[in-house]
Each structure stands twice: as C-alpha cells, then as structure tokens.
Design a binder for this molecule. Structure first.
Ligand SMILES: *[C@@H]1O[C@H](CO)[C@@H](O)[C@H](O)[C@H]1NC(C)=O
Ligand SMILES: *[C@@H]1O[C@H](CO)[C@@H](O)[C@H](O)[C@H]1NC(C)=O
Ligand SMILES: *[C@@H]1O[C@H](CO)[C@@H](O)[C@H](O)[C@H]1NC(C)=O
Ligand SMILES: *[C@@H]1O[C@H](CO)[C@@H](O)[C@H](O)[C@H]1NC(C)=O
Ligand SMILES: *[C@@H]1O[C@H](CO)[C@@H](O)[C@H](O)[C@H]1NC(C)=O
Ligand SMILES: *[C@@H]1O[C@H](CO)[C@@H](O)[C@H](O)[C@H]1NC(C)=O
Ligand SMILES: *[C@@H]1O[C@H](CO)[C@@H](O)[C@H](O)[C@H]1NC(C)=O
Ligand SMILES: *[C@@H]1O[C@H](CO)[C@@H](O)[C@H](O)[C@H]1NC(C)=O
Ligand SMILES: [Cu+2]
Length: 749
C-alpha cells in the first residue's frame, strides 16, 4: 500500500512539474489506516494550453459553437494544429485569462477520500511564485493538534514559496468536509477541494457519488480584489474597483438584503461555468437511469450563496457539514459559503440532459423594495443520462413548477417565507427544523437538556466595518503558540464598547463547559447609523467555528411584512440598554432567557447562516482545547474583521511538535552590525594574510572608518529625527570635511 502511495505521490509530483495532461484523476481514494498525499500548489492561467513537455503555453479562444482553439499572439504567430478538448484547458468561465491556483495540476483540487479514524498526511509543497499559503481542513476537529488547523498567524506561519509543510491529522468526524487556503482571499483563485471521510460502516454500501464544488468567480485574482476592496484592512477608500457597486445597482434577495458588496461576475461548478451566456464547456455528471446517486456539495464561494437544484429531480438531504440529518426531501437547498451538504437523488426521469442549477438568491434590483427584473445570477452543470445521443447540446429542461399539490420545499432559507404573490407554492424550511440522525451519529450527544454554563451574545454588524461586538479583528503577527511578545496583539479596551475599535479579539473559555452562543446579525439595526459605512448593513452571515460541531437550537427571523417579505425591523426577543450601551455590547433577553430552544435531536453544524436582523442559538462543549477561529465565511467580511479567536482551556493546549516553524522578525542595530563587520574583517585578515587584495582593501577601509566616517555616522544616527535634519547634518559635515581638507592642503603647501 505504502509503495502505491509513494508511486502516486511521485506521479503527482511529476504531473505538477511537467503538467502532463493524462494525470487528471478527479479523486484520491485511500482506505488504509495511514494515507499520505502530496499537494503541489502552483499557479497557472485560465484559458491557456501548455504543451506536454511543459515548455510552451498558448492562448486559447472560445468559439461561438463552444469549440476551443489555440490562438496566435505576439510570441506565437504560428500555433500547432492541435484539437483541444475541454479536459486539456482550465476554462473556468471561458471569459478569458486570469491567474488561477492549481493543486497537482487540478482546478479545483482533487477530492480526497479516506476512512474515518485514519491518519491522513498531506505534504503541501508551495510552488506559488511569491505568495505564502496555509491549508485549513474545514470540518475536521483536530483534537489535540490544533496546530494543524491551517490558520495563518493563529496556528501556523504561512508556508513560504518553495517550502513544504506536512499536515498530519486524524480523519474525524466522518462526513463530507473540504480543504481550502485560509490565507487572505486566496481560496477564490481555486485553492480548495473536497475531503470526504467515509463512515466505516458505509464502506461497502456507498452509492455512486460526485463531488460538486461551487464557487463564485471574478475577473480579478484574490490579491487584486484585496487591494481594490474599499473594505480591506487599510481602508483604501475611493479606490474601489468596478466590481464594488453602489447599493442602487446591487441585486438583493426577496427580503431586501444585499447579496454582497460586489457585483456578480460568474459561477463555476467543479471549475467550469459560463460568463453570461457564452458557450464555455460545463461539468457534466453521468448517470444511468434507475440508479441512485449521492452529490457531495461544497460551497467554496467567496461571497455568494447558491440555491442548488436539479431540474425534475428531487433532492433528499442526508447530511450537512459532515453531520447526518434525518433524510428529508427538497426541491432545492440553499448553501452558504463554507457549508457542505450531501444529497441523494434517483435518476428516475426519461433519459436526457437536465440542468443542475446553482442560483444566487438574487430576486431583483434595489434593496429597499426589490423588484423582480428577470436577471438570474447562477452557475450551471449538466446531469447527463448514459445513452443520451446528443452529447453537446444544452439541456432544455426547466425548473419544477410549484403547485399546491406539489409545493417546492427549499431548505436553509435565511428568511421565514417566500412571498406568495411572486413565488406561489414555495415553502421555506430553516436548517434548525432538521433533526440529527442519531442512528448514523457516533459522537457524544449526552449533554442535551443541560443548562448552558455560559452564554455569549455575539453581535455581527458593521459599526466600524465588519466586526463582532464592535470589535474588528486585528490578527496577531505570529502564531499564538509562540512567545506572546511576537504576537503583537492590540488589546480590546473599554473604548471598544463606546465607539467600536480594531483590536485582537481573543475570548478565553474554560474547559468542559457548555457554551451557548447567541449569534445576532445586527439585530438592533441602526446603531451603525452615522458611521462611515452608512445605514445599510443588513446581511446574512454564514458563521464558521473551527474545531467543533455545534448544536443548532433555534433560528429566529426579523419582523417582516407578511405580504412582501420585506424586513420591517430586528427581532424583538433581544434588547439592549441604549443609554449606557451605545454599541449594544451587553444585550439581554426581553423575556429573561432564550425561549423555544429545541433539544430533541438538534442538528449539528460547523457553519450556520445567521439571518439578517435575526438570530440563531447554538451550543458546544469546550472539550477541544486550543486556539479556535470563529468567523464569517463570506470572504470580505472575514478579511475586514468579522473574526475572533476562542482561547479554549488554555492549560490543556496541546504541545507543539519540535521544530514547528515560527514567524520571526529580525533587527540589527548599528553597534552590533559594526561588531560583526569588524570580526569578519579580522577573520578575513587571518585567512588571506597580507596578500589578499580584499583584505588590504578592507584594512584601508577600517583605518579610514576609524578616523573619519565612523564618528560622523554615529552623530547622524543618534541625533537625526527627520530626513531634513539629516540632510542638514550631512551638509554641515561635508562643509567641515571640505574645510579640513582645504586647511591640510594649505598647511602642506
Ligand atoms: C465551430 O466553428 C468553427 C468556426 O467558427 C468551425 O471551424 C468548427 O468546425 C465548428 N465546430 C463544430 C464542432 O461545429
Ligand atoms: C489538422 O489536423 C487534422 C487532424 O489531425 C487534419 O485533419 C487537418 O487537416 C489539419 N489541419 C491543418 C490546417 O493542417
Ligand atoms: C446571449 O446570446 C444572445 C445571442 O446568442 C445575445 O443576443 C444576448 O445578448 C446574450 N445575452 C447575454 C446576457 O450575454
Ligand atoms: C459521460 O458520458 C459522455 C457521453 O456519453 C462520455 O463521453 C463520457 O466519457 C462520460 N464520462 C464519464 C466520466 O463516464
Ligand atoms: C411548467 O409549466 C410550464 C407552463 O405551463 C410548462 O411549459 C413547463 O413545461 C412546465 N415545466 C415542467 C418541468 O413541468
Ligand atoms: C473534562 O471532563 C472529562 C470527563 O468528564 C474529564 O476526564 C476531564 O479531565 C475534564 N477536563 C478538564 C480540563 O477539566
Ligand atoms: C403576520 O402574520 C401573523 C400571523 O400569521 C400575525 O400575527 C402578524 O401580526 C402579522 N404581521 C404583520 C406585520 O402583518
Ligand atoms: C489564553 O489564555 C491564557 C490563560 O488565560 C493566557 O495566558 C493567554 O495569553 C491567552 N492567549 C491569548 C492569545 O490571549
Ligand atoms: Cu458575513
């Protein structure tokens, strides 16, 4: 087995180096107790073709009929006569070239499939031109090895370009998880993939399955986006790129909530999509009539949530974020950034081609009073029945017609209901209405009805930009297992509660406690009024907790207009004392405590959407010591600071392995620099004697330094505080030297 792994690794490595094309295995299966993989992370360009020897890259053009062909450019006026098929090109949305990140030559990265409880090692080799990276194993609990969590500056220093780092962890809990870069916005360039941990029992009875990774796509690379964002850490306002659009141009969902501060560009399913209605190749999933399948949906998108459906096929949801739920049938499932779902469907229709749709929640224009305008922002793939003759043609299928006899049930709505005048017979089911499937769950659920030991209200809002309880995260400068002096934390002072602040928000939690989080999405609507970001701040936040699965006990919505669905105001269950508490840092339950919590097999999640101006109640037990990140999985909110760190059971933090890489700064003072210089000069003298030309030159320098430059230099370093001052000092010194020379010359004459 080990030999095979080594061979596969070597093969993959060779693939990455030479970009050999046949190596396009979609999946890496390993059912051994120790699984070792190698990820070579490299850069490439969408819509280019590289020859087998890796030496030449050509531009690729998309013809109107969907054909890909090599196109001449300044460097290649002649192009070889090669028939391109879609497998040979990372087409993305077909709209043109753009930097992309590959894992072992694949875009997105390969699906890893391992058995529950096995030891997984992934050697990550960073072959990016100049960026550091980390890989986060989203959904894996990493009990006793939090240092494998892949969060830059919290659990590790980013892996430098040309370095490698081996992640090693136990595959637990079972279920569908994923991996992605946690460094900056890097994930949106394609650095993600699925990680399926099979329940041992299911080894034999697994249905045929597909990974379906969905992401939104932008014409700019992550670094450009970061720099263009008006919300980035240094607030370069006024520099917003054309993708950051004004509120009146933004699409919003039926509840009038903006989808993102960015314009939509396109969406990809397993690396393929279309910009507008171009003819770029799409991902097709082959099925045989009469058989059942599993779809492992991973929402890798940066900003947008998608409603996923297959025309004329019902979806049975059986799992989310790795946690089994009692099977329930839906027309579609809304999936937010960071979430995963496993759905089953039966290929029970007439053989043919059907659309798989991932549609954003856009209903229309204008956030105050959105009106449908017929514009759909989506990503599509194709369900292809084996034996269907016309391979290339687009499906002609349509969405299910929702009738009173066959209503369309939609899972995971961030609003209470669809407005019935526009969406008749569409019904919403909140995620909290699902139930844990305890027959397929092995973890500990004994803490069900216990009182919570600790309750934390976390207010997600924009009083000073994306923040939690008015604290906008400043990340440490070095991983937290290092000396605290290297962290350079900015502590959160009392001022944060007066006007909000930027600080390093670290909350300590004691061991073995049941913590109740009340996650509110700007429920008080308006405390941000008068701040730089104006009054519009309604947003659905998909909140992700590292290291745990939490129990979902309640979803509560804002007050909405029963007819139009428009949000009228925040939920009234929670209030605050506005006079003393301007940022509402100390909210309280209006009825004394949380009501209507469900303790009967509540479903488990690690990423859960908090409805705009509503709240959710979740619980977890602090039984996994470590520094665990808690953040919004929408990329701009996270980048901007809607993040905090739980410092769980500090005394029990696992020790970090010997030689674990650290982040360091380096400084050398003038005195020390001179000391080293002199010492090496002495050594040079010994080694090269008087014959060495260098040594002679050095000696001269040394002598002259002693008498002239050195004192002058030290004056400059010790007294200058401004550049101007330095210039005048240099000027005065130069004058003095000139004068001295003049004097000497005069005397010797
Ligand atoms: C697509 O169009 C190009 C020219 O526009 C033509 O050369 C090519 O044969 C067409 N391919 C197919 C499959 O129709
Ligand atoms: C390109 O190659 C194909 C098949 O290999 C051939 O039929 C065609 O004539 C070639 N075209 C040119 C312009 O050489
Ligand atoms: C879609 O294609 C048609 C013609 O093929 C074109 O007229 C139309 O403008 C396109 N729409 C978009 C949104 O690109
Ligand atoms: C899917 O079906 C198409 C058309 O029948 C075929 O060309 C392709 O090889 C199939 N792909 C897989 C992975 O079976
Ligand atoms: C839905 O209804 C429309 C109009 O009645 C019809 O054209 C379409 O075929 C129906 N779609 C399905 C999937 O039944
Ligand atoms: C937490 O509880 C478990 C079992 O109840 C116990 O074994 C363990 O020592 C406790 N840990 C701490 C840090 O109190
Ligand atoms: C909405 O309907 C509920 C009952 O269906 C009712 O209690 C509530 O007052 C209504 N709210 C509005 C704003 O009309
Ligand atoms: C975590 O908690 C421990 C114990 O209270 C404390 O010493 C440490 O500084 C905390 N870590 C951070 C990053 O604040
Ligand atoms: Cu958010």
């Amino acid at each position: 087995m080990k030999n095979i792994i080594v061979m596969v690794s070597i093969l993959l490595f060779l693939c990455a180096i030479f970009q050999i094309f046949p190596c396009k295995a979609e999946s890496e299966f390993c059912f051994a107790s120790i699984c070792e993989f190698t990820f070579v992370i490299s850069e490439s360009r969408a819509m280019t073709f590289t020859t087998e020897d890796g030496r030449t890259s050509y531009d690729v053009e998309l013809e109107e009929n969907g054909t890909l062909k090599l196109a001449p450019n300044l460097w290649h006026s002649q192009v070889p006569n090669i028939t391109l098929n879609p497998e040979m090109v990372h087409t993305a949305d077909g709209s043109g070239q753009k930097n992309i990140i590959l894992v072992n030559g694949q875009f997105p990265g390969p699906t890893l499939e391992v058995l529950e409880g096995s030891e997984v090692a992934v050697k990550v080799v960073n072959e990016l031109v100049n960026e550091g990276l980390t890989i986060h194993w989203h959904g894996i609990h990493l009990r006793n090895n939090v240092w494998m969590d892949g969060v830059p500056y919290i659990t590790q220093c980013p892996i430098l370009s040309r370095q490698s780092f081996t992640y090693r962890f136990i595959a637990n809990p079972p279920g569908t998880h994923w991996y992605h870069s946690h460094n900056g916005l890097q994930r949106i360039d394609g650095l993600f993939g699925a990680l399926i941990v099979r329940r041992s029992k299911e080894k034999e009875m697994m249905l045929p399955h597909f990974s379906m990774l969905i992401n939104d796509w932008f014409p700019l690379s992550s670094t450009e986006l970061d720099l263009l964002s008006p919300f980035m850490s240094s607030d370069r306002a006024g520099n917003a790129g054309s993708l950051f659009i004004s509120p009146d141009k933004k699409g919003s969902s039926i509840d009038g909530v903006e989808l993102s501060s960015m314009d939509y560009w396109s969406g990809l399913i397993n690396g393929r999509g279309r910009k507008g209605n171009n003819s770029a190749p799409l991902t097709a999933f082959n099925v045989t009539q009469g058989k059942s399948y599993r779809l492992h949906i991973v929402m890798a998108s940066g900003e947008f949530a998608y409603r996923v459906s297959i025309d004329e096929h019902e979806l049975t949801v059986i799992e989310s974020d790795g946690n089994p739920v009692k099977p329930m049938k839906f027309e579609s499932v809304i999936v937010f950034p960071g979430e995963t779902f496993v759905v089953e469907f039966k290929a029970d229709q007439n053989p043919g081609r059907y659309w798989i749709r991932a549609s954003t929640l856009r209903m229309g224009l204008g956030y105050e009073n959105p009106q449908p305008d017929g514009i759909v922002w989506d990503a599509k793939a194709i369900l292809h029945y084996q034996g269907t003759s016309d391979k290339k043609e687009d499906p002609k299928s349509g969405r299910k017609n929702c009738t009173s006899d066959t209503p369309c049930k939609v899972l995971n709505c961030p609003w209470p209901a669809y407005r019935q005048d526009l969406f008749p017979n569409m019904q919403c089911v909140a995620f909290s209405e699902l139930r844990l499937d305890s027959s397929r769950f092995k973890g500990d659920i004994s803490q069900e009805n216990e009182e919570a030991d600790l309750e934390l209200f976390l207010n997600l809002g924009f009083p000073i930009g994306s923040s939690i309880n008015s604290r906008r995260m400043i990340m440490p400068r070095a991983p937290l297992f290092q000396e605290s002096a290297t962290w350079q934390l900015v502590s959160c002072t009392r001022d944060c509660e007066k006007m909000g602040c930027r600080c390093s928000n670290v909350l300590s939690l004691p061991a073995n406690k049941t913590v109740q989080l009340v996650l509110m999405s700007d429920i008080f609507g308006g405390f941000q009024k008068g701040t730089v970001f104006g009054s519009e701040s309604k947003a659905h936040h998909p909140m992700h907790l590292h290291g745990y699965s939490f129990r979902v006990l309640k979803t509560a919505y804002p007050v909405v207009d029963n007819i139009t669905g428009k949000i009228l105001g925040g939920n009234k269950d929670i209030a605050c004392n506005w006079r003393e508490d301007r940022t509402c840092s100390h909210p309280y339950w209006t009825s004394g405590s949380a009501t209507d919590l469900n303790f009967e097999n509540p479903p488990l999640k690690n990423t859960l959407v908090v409805p705009a101006m509503g709240y959710t109640v979740v619980r977890f037990r602090t039984d996994n010591p470590g520094y665990w990140l808690f953040h919004c999985h929408a990329m701009l909110h996270m980048l901007e600071g809607m993040t905090l760190v739980f410092n769980v059971s500090y005394e029990d933090h696992p020790p970090v392995p010997q030689g674990f890489p650290t982040c360091q700064t380096f400084d050398i003072g003038h005195e020390e620099f001179q000391k080293y210089l002199v010492e090496s000069q002495k050594k040079g003298k010994k080694r090269f004697g008087y014959l060495g030309r260098k040594a002679l030159a050095n000696e001269k320098q040394e002598a002259s330094a002693k008498f002239t430059s050195k004192p002058v230099l030290s004056t400059i370093t010790s007294t200058c505080s401004t550049v101007g001052e330095c210039y005048s000092l240099i000027f005065i010194s130069a004058m003095a030297v000139t004068l001295a020379i003049a004097l000497i010359v005069r005397m010797t004459m």
